[in-house]
Design a protein around this ligand. Structure first.
Ligand SMILES: Cc1cc2nc3c(=O)[nH]c(=O)nc-3n(C[C@H](O)[C@H](O)[C@H](O)COP(=O)(O)OP(=O)(O)OC[C@H]3O[C@@H](n4cnc5c(N)ncnc54)[C@H](O)[C@@H]3O)c2cc1C
Length: 406
């Protein structure tokens, strides 16, 4: 790096630090988080690597990394936007037409709009290619019918990226396409799913004769599976955490605080548990840095992203055990209890109960292990009974009858 470039980067870091000192606040809710992203965009610090004509800052990977490193010292502000920014935005950038990029990316980057991901269905989760939501072409429109489930933040989102079956006569993975759907469109019905800890983050989404313009096709017709795979790779990286770009141990810090409170820091078993978490988090940070370096070198996130995602989940399992040991029943129960209680769950309970989702969201641990086996280690793949069979001849998901139309 030239001296001028290094100086410019130092100036950039100072600008970022000052912006974050003024705007990053602990415990930000959705409204505060949105407000933060709008201000970040106004300061020219949003969408750092995206082109300026699409609302980005048009800066380099080094700037992006510098931002992440500086942000690590401040309260995290991006959590509500993990799907919008970490998964939907790169899809718009990679697969959108020029018109779509100009129309949707600036608001998405600035946080003026929120996006969700509509992949999973009651009969299609791990095997998402079994999806039965269908989109049929009718003149200048696509007509969508079907159901999605577990759609995170659908109720708060302005748009969703949907995958639907566009050619039921093609083999399972071939007849799928991707669409941009406005969440307030007539025929889209969003029903909340209440979580045990009182939160309401995901939903069922029903589509009844939802007519969207043909222009809302994202990417090529019937290329939805390849695009979905690309989005899942972005998802694993986003969830597995590219992290701050520095080596940190947030769960260790948290558990150490709990151990201190419980006066158990001198207990050799507790110390051993804490040290193990420390080592695991350090390894995960190093893994994230490797993925980042690969992306910086121009590689799209590959199946190696599954390693970070899986490791993050293993850390959550371990952390749950330690927390239960330290906090006792308080790690699972709270006064009043249940989602109808006005009493919010303690953070220990939220952490313990919420830790299970890490093994499911974005693809289960078993699926990550399959991906690592097949595509990282090159082990033989599972036998697949549906290879070469048209989708409408398969017994999949809720499609039980061979003759049933989809
Ligand atoms: C917090 C959270 C947020 C989510 N947000 C979204 C979202 O925004 N959008 C969205 O589309 N979806 C979302 N999901 C859904 C998520 O992607 C699915 O739950 C996940 O892919 C698993 O699918 P499933 O629940 O249908 O389980 P299933 O696929 O039915 O799996 C059940 C069990 O069988 C195992 N299994 C299945 N197939 C195999 C196999 N081939 N080999 C070995 N074991 C296997 C699984 O590992 C699991 O243990 C979210 C889920 C969670 C928990």
């Amino acid at each position: 790096m030239s001296v001028a470039a290094a100086e410019e980067l130092t100036e950039f870091r100072i600008q970022v630090r000052s912006f974050l000192a003024d705007n990053a606040v602990a415990g930000a809710d959705m409204a505060a988080s949105k407000n933060f992203h709008i201000k970040r965009s106004e300061a020219g610090l949003a969408g750092i690597r995206y082109a300026t004509e699409y609302g980005g800052a048009g800066l380099s990977a080094a700037h992006d990394r510098a931002y992440q490193e500086e942000a690590a010292a401040f309260p995290p502000m991006g959590f509500s936007f993990v799907i919008s920014h970490g998964m939907c935005l790169p899809m718009l950038n990679d697969f959108g037409t020029e018109d779509q990029k100009l129309r949707y990316m600036p608001d998405c980057i600035a946080g003026r709009t929120l996006w969700c991901q509509m992949f999973s269905e009651p009969g299609a989760g791990s095997d998402v290619a079994s999806l039965q939501t269908r989109a049929e072409r009718d003149g200048d429109e696509w007509i969508i019918n079907g159901q999605k489930v577990w759609t995170t933040r659908a109720h708060q989102s302005d748009y969703g990226i949907l995958i639907a079956r566009t050619d039921p006569a093609a083999v399972k993975h071939a007849g799928i396409s991707m669409f941009i759907v406005p969440m307030d469109h007539p025929g889209v019905e969003i029903r909340p799913i209440h979580q045990i800890d009182g939160r309401r983050e995901f939903n069922e989404v029903f589509f009844t004769d939802v007519n969207i313009p043909v222009d809302n096709l994202l990417g090529e017709l019937n290329n939805g599976w390849n695009q979905a795979t690309a989005m899942l790779m972005y998802e694993r990286v986003a969830i597995g955490g590219l992290g701050s770009g520095s080596i940190q141990q947030p769960n260790f810090d948290l558990l150490k605080g709990v151990a201190e409170q419980a006066d158990r820091l001198g207990d050799p078993v507790v110390r051993q548990d804490l040290t193990r978490i420390y080592a695991m988090e350090t390894t995960k940070a190093l893994l994230s840095m490797r993925t980042k370096a690969e992306m910086k070198a121009g590689k799209a996130p590959g199946p190696g992203g599954s390693l970070g995602k899986l490791f993050g989940s293993v850390i959550q399992w371990r952390m749950r055990e330690i927390l239960m040991n330290l906090a006792g029943p308080g790690s699972q129960a709270w006064p009043g209890g249940g989602y109808e209680s006005s009493e919010p769950a303690s953070w220990q309970a939220k952490q313990t109960i919420g830790s299970f989702s890490a093994s499911i969201a974005g693809g289960t641990d078993e699926i990550q292990r399959n991906i690592i086996g097949d595509r990282v280690l090159g082990l033989p793949r599972d036998i697949s009974v549906d290879r070469g069979v048209p989708f409408n001849e398969l017994k999949v998901g809720t499609q039980r009858d061979n003759d049933r139309e989809v």
